[in-house]
Design a protein around this ligand. Sequence first.
Ligand SMILES: [Mn+2]
Length: 353
Amino acid sequence: MIIPEYGRRLEENDWAPCIDMLLAGEYIVLTTHVNSDGDGLGSEVALAEVLRALGKKVSIVNPTEVPTNYSFLRDITDITVFDEQAEEVIEEISLADMVVLLDANLSERMGGIWNHVQFARELGKLQILCIDHHLDPEDFADLMVCETYASSTGELIYDLIEAMEARVGKKLMTPGVAQGLYVAVMTDTGSFRFPKTTPYVYNLAGDLVAKGADPNDIYDKVYNSLKPHSLRLLGAALSEIRFIDDSKVSWLFISQEMLNDTGSKLFDTDLIIKYLLSVPSVRIAVLMVEMQDGRTKVSFRSRGDIYVNQIAKRYGGGGHKNAAGCLLRYAPEKATQIILADVRDFLKSSEIV
Ligand SMILES: [Mn+2]
């Protein structure tokens, strides 16, 4: 069941079904999407700490590895990664009575974990809760709180925790929780610059700082964490950026060879996409990365009212209006051809004449 969007911020009462469900759980597994980011990870550690304070047994299992720049987050080393320790993850899921998916609204975003979650659920003892802020949710969970007004999943978890504090009459926002949520909101708002950075978000950030999050330290750890190889990748990548259609479209393809030559990994490509949108004429930016298995990971960014999530959706992906992604089963050359043709058509049809 998806709680409908009311077109307004959720109030304390609106969180009641979600809180009822969490309070009823005993063994709760938290997870997030493949290629986890600051929003998913920060929301996980924050919610984990709160649920533990309420006496729940909690574990975090993620489909893919945790990027090293988030290793400072509290309890992050407790995360079990499906790609590395599948048996342990499967066991956690079999023991749990609830799975909470954070920062994704499609079952397949759980990667290899989803099959096992689905199996446990069919046995009848597992509830699924989803809390997310992307467009176009798939109705796969018992309860889905999917609110696109939110800048980040962290913003929703902040409101949830406030509503929980009121319910249980106990302070839950510790410095560790504040740190996790600050990381979540900071990373998903591009350090408080993206379109959904409302006055509410600034107030929320201020509150998190007051409750123990250290903005300078967090920024330094998350963003000034590059290894020399990431800079080599950045250098190689920047010189390969291409502009088409009067520089309204910028695109870049990163091959496995480029990653290997510079000793980089998939998540090292995250810092590159912002450069694709750094030229003012660009309406749509496309970053394509060749995966180890030969598929192509595509990330879209856009300016203004260009819904790139609609392009991503055609290929089974999704996201937000100005930031979306998908995974193509095609090899690089074909993927590039198809995507660029699609992007150019889409841009033409999106432009107001
Ligand atoms: Mn997010």
